[in-house]
Design a protein around this ligand. Structure first.
Ligand SMILES: Nc1nc2c(c(=O)[nH]1)N[C@@H](CN(C=O)c1ccc(C(=O)N[C@@H](CCC(=O)O)C(=O)O)cc1)CN2
Length: 294
């Protein structure tokens, strides 16, 4: 069994990006500028946005954090998005999800200029991804592809079972694993809460990508020998005995599943850190596109 070490690979990717940014600076070129909008003060979202800003500093990007109160109206957020769309200094921006209930997420994602949509959530970019056109690929699925590639995991002709059909992970992942090329060329089953015989389907999988958010859902007896296991579930479990008051757990019963799998991602330190690294990669791509258009 080999661990797909997202922490290590994400640091390698950040180092590679930092070298490219240093070259841009040497040539007197503008460096990439990422902005993030955070509405409210959800603890996990604060952690992720903080990590995005720190990672920008690490690779030499400019960054802007826009914080808005949890009472922000949809119109106020749409106005802020329009401001960032028009700001020529910003190459790409993200709106941290989830949003408070008074705001329609779909309206918000549609308002982001597709050229600056480094999350790849705009329908135009999602459509391009589905049609194999060059675009911003959502950071978590992009990170999973990168991990599979860097660890040389064979995906051709394999049966991939994706658990969960969210717009951020499951849906795009199912499209990407079925695309031509590598990592891809896989036969994909997208499962969700209405899937019948889900355990039987999982037992036939060569690759399982779980994005359910149910701690320790995937047990050793559910998987095939030597299956590749990608754990996207990140749940914070309250525990006063931990320094932070909680611990993080994934969808996979790592201790037992790892004994049977060929490759497995840990939580923490697997897919999560890759999400941030690939967001930086998308922002670099946005800068390169903007430069070549001028
Ligand atoms: N606009 C977006 N919102 C959200 C996205 C996204 O891609 N764009 N994805 C998730 C949250 N997310 C990034 O935003 C994210 C999740 C987890 C991690 C991460 O590094 N996790 C660590 C554990 C960190 C912790 O919770 O203490 C790990 O798994 O090792 C990074 C980014 C939803 N929203």
């Amino acid at each position: 069994m080999e661990i797909l070490d997202g922490k290590k690979v994400s640091n390698e990717i950040k180092d590679e990006i930092a070298i490219q940014v240093a070259k841009m600076r040497e040539k007197g070129e503008k460096v990439p500028h990422l902005a993030a909008i955070l509405v409210g003060s959800d603890g996990a979202s604060l952690t992720y946005v903080g990590s995005k800003v720190r990672s920008c500093e690490k690779v030499g990007f400019e960054s802007t954090l826009v914080r808005m109160p949890s009472t922000t109206s949809e119109l106020e957020l749409l106005n802020k998005i329009e401001e960032l769309n028009k700001n020529e200094d910003i190459d790409g921006f993200i709106v941290q999800l989830p949003l408070p209930p008074q705001i329609d997420t779909q309206k918000v994602l549609l308002a982001v200029d597709p050229d600056k949509d480094v999350d790849g959530f705009h329908p135009m970019n999602f459509g391009k991804m589905a049609l194999d056109m060059s675009t911003f690929i959502p950071a978590t699925p992009f990170g999973i592809l990168e991990l599979l590639e860097r660890y040389n995991v064979d995906t051709k002709g394999k049966h991939t079972v994706v658990i969960g059909r969210s717009h951020i992970v499951g849906r795009p992942m199912s499209i990407l694993m079925g695309r031509k090329g590598w990592p891809g060329n896989s036969t994909v089953t997208l499962t969700h809460s209405h899937t019948k015989n889900i355990t039987q389907i999982i037992s036939q999988a060569d690759i399982v990508i779980s994005a359910l958010g149910v701690p320790k859902f995937l047990k050793a007896e559910m998987i095939k020998d030597d299956a590749v296991i990608i754990d996207v579930g990140i749940t914070r479990v309250a525990d006063d005995s931990c320094e932070k008051g909680y611990y993080i757990t994934g969808d996979v019963d790592f201790e037992n599943v790892s004994k049977k799998a060929s490759f497995i991602t840990p939580v923490p330190g697997g897919v999560g850190p890759m999400t941030i690294a690939m967001l930086l990669k998308n922002t670099l791509l946005a800068r390169e596109r903007h430069r070549s258009r001028k």
